[in-house]
Design a protein around this ligand. Structure first.
Ligand SMILES: NC(=O)c1ccc[n+]([C@@H]2O[C@H](COP(=O)([O-])OP(=O)(O)OC[C@H]3O[C@@H](n4cnc5c(N)ncnc54)[C@H](OP(=O)(O)O)[C@@H]3O)[C@@H](O)[C@H]2O)c1
Length: 242
């Protein structure tokens, strides 16, 4: 596979470090993004010297446009992949105490950041011979609990947005009978129940983590996106929960 330029948004969490490290190890040029300069630089240090940290509030469309411009100053004309790892979590006791503050936070983290990143980088992903957009959703979308109603609803909105991006790629790359075009860009949803940081496993060697997905497995799935044909990936909901 030709090396790609991949943006890992939410690169300062354990999943972001694992994804950035695995993508860089696979030979890709990796930019990681977080809202906090110190945290994203420290995480990039853990992910390896080939990873370039960028600071941006992904909840602001203007800031994401600025991020795209900053990436161009690194000599990059086209981002080929976006692995979107921003979401957040808020829960309550049930339906009645789902607060507006929690909803606004989830909408901003899980939906607005995804909308901004995909709107700004859409044309680059669509133009790439191996364009890929991935976001991570939750098993809570198909089996929501009352306690996590806002979280599940925000993730459902993010999934629907991602399916719409997949439709955009499909329509742009469908060609026609006379001039068929091979699909080359794909938007996918990874579905997990919970992510497991290796530090948690080290801290609790005797504990079982049923249904959890190791962050390295998520990272490997992100790398694998560039090894599979776009037509087989586009619009897929890929279950990584055990
Ligand atoms: N963890 C789980 O068990 C679990 C379960 C199901 C689904 N998921 C999904 O999996 C993905 C990864 O989850 P995670 O737990 O590793 O991370 P997360 O807590 O959802 O997101 C944290 C990452 O996003 C960055 N971030 C947050 N707001 C930002 C903003 N406005 N602009 C730029 N960066 C921002 C954070 O860095 P800064 O704070 O430094 O900006 C951090 O790198 C998410 O989509 C999450 O919803 C996770």
């Amino acid at each position: 596979m030709t090396p790609m330029t991949v943006l890992v948004t939410g690169g300062s969490s354990a999943s972001g470090v694992a994804a950035a490290r695995a993508l860089a190890a696979a030979g890709h040029r990796v930019f990681t993004v977080g809202s906090d300069d110190a945290r994203i630089k420290a995480a990039a240090g853990q992910a390896g010297s080939a990873v370039t940290p960028m600071t941006c509030d992904l909840a602001s469309l203007d800031s994401v446009r600025g991020l795209a411009a900053d990436i161009r100053t690194h000599g990059i004309e086209r981002v080929d992949g976006v692995i979107h790892l921003v979401g957040g979590w808020r829960g309550a006791k049930g339906i009645e105490d789902q607060s507006d503050e929690d909803w606004e936070s989830l909408e901003r983290g899980a939906v607005t950041t995804l909308r901004n990143v995909s709107r700004v980088f859409y044309s680059q992903l669509e133009a790439s011979p191996h364009g890929r957009l991935a976001m991570v959703s939750s098993t809570a979308v198909s089996s929501p609990t009352a306690a996590a109603a806002s979280y599940a609803a925000a993730k459902a909105a993010a999934e629907t947005w991602t399916m719409a991006v997949a439709d955009g790629f499909r329509r742009a790359q469908s060609g026609n009978k006379e001039q068929p075009v091979e699909q080359h860009s794909a938007a996918v949803i990874f579905v997990v129940k919970a992510l497991l940081d290796p530090a948690m496993r080290r801290e609790h060697p005797d504990r079982r983590f049923p249904g959890y997905t190791d962050v390295e497995e998520l990272a490997a799935a992100a790398v694998g996106l560039f090894d599979h044909p776009a037509a087989s990936l586009n619009g897929q909901r890929i279950l990584l929960a055990k």
